[in-house]
Ligand binder design. Structure first.
Ligand code: KG4
Ligand code: ZN
Length: 332
């Protein structure tokens, strides 16, 4: 079964063709970061307009690279929330249009479910149940994935998402948007113990996160010492990165143990972070848990993960109809 996955919830226009929910035939991502960078963040109206321009060429390219046509597509899976309303609407309207014109069934996918199930594209992919931590620009949420389509929220951020903390910290440091990669890069040559930044909500049975205090601590540091350069900048980046990775991994491992889950999945854009990946691997091993990490390409937004989630929904008998509307605040 071939699924066309469409993703337009934020600033990536993405389409992919995935076979049987496991094999990627093509995966095309057109990013708008260069358009949004000069504004220091995603401008919703610009995102919608650029999705309109990019969506059909991206779909055509995904079909071409998969060496198929729409006649070979059995299902269209489209992100219908959460995300920017105007951006979501572009993908959803295209999915509806193609479905109506070509008689192809379609399903609406929750973007977070897509991130959680991207791991299914690994060769030795875990089956549920597993513990999934989604760390992205908009979310930091821990789920017990009981089965496909069965998710229990165990904890989430009480303020900023981890990616948001990266992006805001980068802004304070005068680094480009989005901030994750540049901070990750600079941190490679820094001392993670140079500055002791706070780790919020240390309580043992608390599986929520908080990053606004960390963001303020960076701001206070910069106001006191000025914007660092050279080695001092690398040290600040490494110390910030250590605080984020430490908070995330401690909670992830604790939650897994508290809920009797042996398999862990880390996903979402921030899961591309080198220190987070290494620390999570070390802590999981130390506690006899098995950690599954998607390759970096599947951590950030893409159409393949949406195709996987759509495939699993379809197998459970779900179908969308023309009444489906985009839900910018859809909770998983
Ligand atoms: O999942 P994603 O592509 O989009 C959302 O659904 O939000 O995540 C984007 C976020 C941005 O905040 C970006 O700064 C962060 O992922 N990110 C990283 C890295 N690469 C991307 N954060 C830390 N380290 C990275 N290497
Ligand atoms: Zn995402």
């Amino acid at each position: 079964m071939r699924v066309l996955g469409l993703e337009t919830s934020c600033d990536e226009t993405a389409a992919a063709v995935v076979e049987d929910g496991r094999r990627v035939l093509s995966d095309v991502v057109s990013t708008q970061v260069d358009i949004h960078r000069r504004w220091g963040g995603v401008v919703p109206e610009l995102a919608s307009r650029n999705h309109v321009v990019q969506v059909m060429p991206v779909i055509d390219e995904a079909l071409r690279r998969a060496n198929v046509t729409l006649d070979d597509i059995d299902l269209i899976a489209v992100t219908s929330g959460p995300g920017l309303i105007g951006a979501l609407m572009v993908g959803l309207q295209v999915a509806k249009g193609l479905s109506l014109a070509r008689g192809i069934p379609f399903v609406g996918v929750n973007h977070l479910e897509g991130h959680l199930l991207a791991i299914r594209l690994l060769e030795d992919a875990p089956d549920p149940p597993f513990l999934g931590l989604v760390v992205s620009g908009g979310h930091t949420s821990l789920y017990e994935v009981r089965d496909f389509g069965e998710y229990r929220l165990l904890g989430s951020t009480r303020d900023d998402a981890a990616g948001e903390a990266y992006d805001k910290t980068a802004k304070v440091l005068g680094l480009p948007y989005p901030g994750g990669q540049p901070i990750d890069h600079l941190a490679q040559n820094g001392n993670p113990k140079a500055i002791r930044f706070p780790r919020a909500l240390p309580g043992h049975n608390v599986f929520d996160f908080s990053f606004s205090g960390l963001k303020t601590a960076v701001l206070t540091h910069v106001r006191t010492h000025g914007v660092p350069e050279g080695q001092a900048l690398a040290d600040l980046c490494a110390s910030f990165q250590e605080a984020v990775a430490d908070s995330l991994t401690i909670k992830m491992v604790r939650a897994a143990k508290a809920h009797g889950l042996r398999k862990l999945v880390l996903c979402g854009g921030v899961a591309a972070n080198s220190r987070l990946r290494a620390l999570a691997q070390g802590r999981a091993r130390g506690d006899g848990l098995e950690l599954f990490l998607p390759p970096v390409r599947l951590c950030t937004d893409n159409g393949a993960m949406i195709a996987v989630a759509g495939y699993e929904q379809f197998r459970k008998g779900k179908r969308a109809d023309m009444g489906l509307v985009a839900n910018p605040a859809w909770r998983l």
